[in-house]
Design a protein around this ligand. Structure first.
Ligand code: HEM
Length: 211
């Protein structure tokens, strides 16, 4: 028992050590506040007066998927999953009331890829995007007016079941958890310039981009 609590204490300290720090996506030059690990990164940038949009940078490793929850939990929150397929990065919105492969969801939100920050290399893939209309008032995402936002992350070493299809199913992630953003720190005067990098509005469900 004692050993167990020491162990969980050590784990908690280890997890807390992984804080949010400034990260500049090397190809686009976009600087976000990011949760970073060797296998997964998610970064966020907001305009100085945020409404419903944000810029996201999602980095995954190998052929596995990388996912985030805009509301923190897996269930009943707006999720975004991204994964590579050859030289393309695919991404889609997902939502589920229960633990299990989350189906595609559509709404008033859309993802617009930022081409110069979206690519696949020999070890990782990076998906940089403008999330338009993604900060919702229905409880499924963080709110832009809060001081802090708790988001969730989940990633897997396994590729999605049918990785060429944006509606693919997933197997369960190997790693998941939560991270908290100080939203003030994510606000940047450069946002408007970077948001204009986003081109080629696709539909609200899917983004497929060739690097
Ligand atoms: C078959 C597919 C999936 C299954 C069975 C599954 C199941 C679960 C379960 C049982 C948990 C609770 C924590 C734990 O067990 O350790 C969890 C957490 C989480 N999952 Fe999934 N998941 C799946 C796919 C996904 C996908 C594709 C995403 C994101 C796009 C995602 C996002 C999350 C997040 C953010 C958490 C942490 C927050 C929380 O615990 O609610 N999951 N998942």
């Amino acid at each position: 028992m004692v050993l167990l609590s020491i162990l969980s204490c050590t784990l908690a300290v280890g997890a807390a050590a992984q804080t949010i720090a400034s990260y500049t996506e090397p190809k686009s030059g976009i600087t976000v506040q990011a949760y970073q690990s060797p296998t997964f990164t998610f970064g966020l940038a907001l305009p100085t007066t945020p409404k419903a949009d944000f810029i996201g940078v999602l980095v995954g490793q190998g052929s596995g998927y990388a996912g985030i929850s805009l509301g923190g939990a897996m269930t009943n929150e707006l999720l975004i999953a991204a994964w590579p397929n050859g030289n393309s990065v695919l991404a889609s919105f997902r939502e589920t009331p229960k633990y299990g492969s989350p189906p595609v969801v559509t709404g008033t939100y859309s993802m617009i890829p930022i081409a110069n920050g979206t690519y696949v290399n020999s070890t990782h893939y990076t998906y940089t995007f403008l999330c338009r209309g993604c900060i919702l008032a229905d409880g499924t995402t963080f709110t832009a007016t809060s001081a802090n936002a708790v988001l969730g992350y989940a990633y897997s070493t396994k590729a999605p079941t049918t990785k060429a299809n944006v509606t693919t199913a997933f197997s369960k992630h190997d790693t998941q958890g939560n991270f908290g953003f100080d939203l003030t720190a994510t606000k940047t005067a450069s946002y408007d310039v970077w948001a204009q990098y986003a081109k080629n509005v696709t539909n609200s469900v899917k983004v497929a981009f060739r690097a």
